[in-house]
Design a protein around this ligand. Structure first.
Ligand code: FES
Ligand SMILES: [Fe+2]
Length: 339
């Protein structure tokens, strides 16, 4: 359902330290590690000697040592030492995956290494630029990645599922969205003028009255959704472009399929206000985790009623336009890859 040729978020940079990390991406077991030189690397998580998971091993200098009989591998997957013998069999190697570290994320390419072009990593400068503070989080979700992407492109669920967190005004339930197909993605969004702010935004922005609120989500294939969201005191000109009386957030969602029925979910809010304010970071971090745990519970319950990410035989409503477009575009990519 997902193309192999694409950059996927493997792990937040901060979560890859001196210990190797085993994770499955698109059904393949991978070990991620960071050598002493600081370089992130990704290998097949299966030793070529007796198939032990290399993620049970240890980083030594720039190499990874298998935890079973101690074979040592370099970042390209070549075995460089076998304990107790001088010769290293030339066939002693494991598959290496291209990785690139950018925007505080380690990106992995699961497809043809010759096609791994890092200029194709979706541009999200707010994840690492100086003018923004990011509060990154991670959840593993027992649901197909497509169900999570559907969820992120659908603002109608917010008024129902998140009524205690990021929903503030009952009119959100019926405010229509506008969907646009881009060359390389799908965008959906809306403005809500003179609405009651949700509790999290009211706290973060210090709003005591109504706000003009915006939500614009962009899906970029294969599985990134970023949202330009925020709120400003109502009537201060935000819809015309003056955001100085409010708060702006890039709500960022990096979805990586793990199996047909599970996915990795890296998410975070990047904000351009109160950059060094720890209390604000805590508020936004806890607010996002609480909110997305509500999604996680629903997605996992939904998955139990479905096969993979298929929605055949279900009905669609007008608000599904963006997810339908994204599913179509993704299908085209998967079909093109098969040829
Ligand atoms: S299984 Fe890895 S060294 Fe034997
Ligand atoms: Fe949600």
């Amino acid at each position: 359902m997902f193309p192999k040729n694409g950059w996927y978020a493997a792990i937040w940079s901060k979560d890859l330290a001196s210990e190797p990390v085993g994770r499955t991406f698109l059904g393949e077991a991978v070990v991620l590690f960071r050598g002493a030189n600081g370089q992130a690397a990704a290998l097949e998580d299966r030793c070529c000697h007796r198939a032990a998971p290399l993620s049970l091993g240890a980083v030594e200098g720039d190499h990874l040592r298998c935890g079973y009989h101690g074979l040592i591998f370099d970042a390209k997957g070549q075995c460089v030492a076998v304990p107790g013998q001088d010769m290293v069999p030339s066939s002693a190697r494991v598959r290496a995956y291209p990785v690139v570290e950018r925007y505080n994320v380690v990106w992995i390419w699961m497809g043809d290494p010759a096609r791994a072009d890092d200029s194709k990593i979706v541009e999200m400068p707010w994840l690492s630029d100086q003018g923004w503070t990011l509060t990154p989080s991670y959840l593993r979700i027992a649901a197909n990645a497509q169900l999570l992407i559907d969820n992120l492109l659908d603002y109608t669920h917010v008024a129902h599922l998140h009524k205690n967190t990021i929903s503030g005004d009952p009119r959100e339930a019926t405010t229509p969205t506008k969907t646009e197909r881009l060359n390389d993605g799908v965008r959906v969004g809306r403005w809500m003028i003179d609405f009651k702010p949700p509790p999290l935004f009211a706290k973060a922005g210090g709003f005591d009255g109504n706000v003009d609120r915006w939500q614009h989500a962009t899906w970029r294939p294969p599985s990134i959704v970023y949202m330009d969201v925020g709120a400003a005191r109502t009537g201060t000109g935000a819809p015309e472009g003056d955001r100085t009386h409010g708060i702006s957030i890039w709500s960022t969602h990096l979805v990586t399929p793990e199996t047909e029925t599970t996915c990795h979910y890296h998410f975070g809010f990047a904000r351009n206000f109160q950059l060094d304010d720890q209390a604000m970071s805590k508020l936004l971090h806890e607010g996002t985790v609480t909110t997305f745990l509500e999604d996680k519970a629903m997605l996992e319950a939904q998955q139990k009623n479905l096969k993979g990410g298929a929605i055949d035989g279900l009905i669609h409503i007008a608000a599904d336009a963006a997810q339908i477009q994204a599913r179509r575009m993704l299908d085209e990519l998967v079909r093109a890859e098969a040829h």
